[in-house]
Design a protein around this ligand. Sequence first.
Ligand SMILES: Nc1ncnc2c1ncn2[C@@H]1O[C@H](COP(=O)(O)OP(=O)(O)OP(=O)(O)O)[C@@H](O)[C@H]1O
Length: 273
Amino acid sequence: MVRDDILSVTGLRVVTRDGDPLVHDVSLAVERGGALGIVGESGSGKSLTCRSILGILPPGLRVDAGTVTFDGIDLTGLDYRSWQGLRGNRISAVFQDPASYLNPSITVGKQLSEVLRVKTGLSRRAAHARSLELFEQMGLREPAHVYRQYPFELSGGMLQRVLIAIALSADPELLIADEATTALDVTVQAEVLDLLEDLRRDRGLTLILVSHDLAVVSQICDHVVVMRDGVVVESGTADDVLKRPQHEYTRSLIEHHTAYGIEKFLAEEVLDV
Ligand SMILES: Nc1ncnc2c1ncn2[C@@H]1O[C@H](COP(=O)(O)OP(=O)(O)OP(=O)(O)O)[C@@H](O)[C@H]1O
């Protein structure tokens, strides 16, 4: 069967102002409705790869080789106006530390409503109703109460759900979650991952999940890319990469992470046989 990739990255290279490469020859692809995990230790180039896809590289860094194609559109050559129609609309993202993306002096409901009005042109009343609906879909209990709360009144898990609601306000096709559950405790982390998995199943949302934690990726991803020092060292189905790793580096990551809960995933191998 022919794969229907919504996103493909080929030979991506990100360099500094002096031309020093930070990400070299990265290639990956995500099937429409699929979930790709990008794993690797801190500094391996996961975030820069995602930021290249989103067109938001830090100042001084640029893509100097490769292509990023989203639904047939070459993102590397896009002008500002074309990005406006894509980022936040068809491609969205959530990051670590959700509080830093919210205005502390405006209620979270108002912040979501404002985004909805700007992105989808809804009236004030319709945006309010849609916000409540989105909060409910994100698993926030008592959405009308949450609507009136300020960021400091919510827990980390609730804030991340609010950020996911904002990221989904324009009904994007692709969501990039870059270490989005890293700061949460394990139980809340699992709940937010369940939410992402539900959104994938119910809305057909395509996911890229970036994490230094293999346990996180093993929970919902069907494909995995392993990065180290700015290069892809191994990629394939989650089953192949996590249960039958070919690369020494992947093996060492798995060894280190068995202590953090991917035993359950790896144990299924026993049942598979
Ligand atoms: N603005 C920048 N200027 C110079 N070097 C940078 C910049 N941003 C990142 N780097 C370097 O690029 C490399 C890849 O960084 P990146 O943030 O993509 O890694 P990562 O795998 O996402 O790690 P982390 O989980 O710590 O964010 C690292 O060596 C990092 O120090």
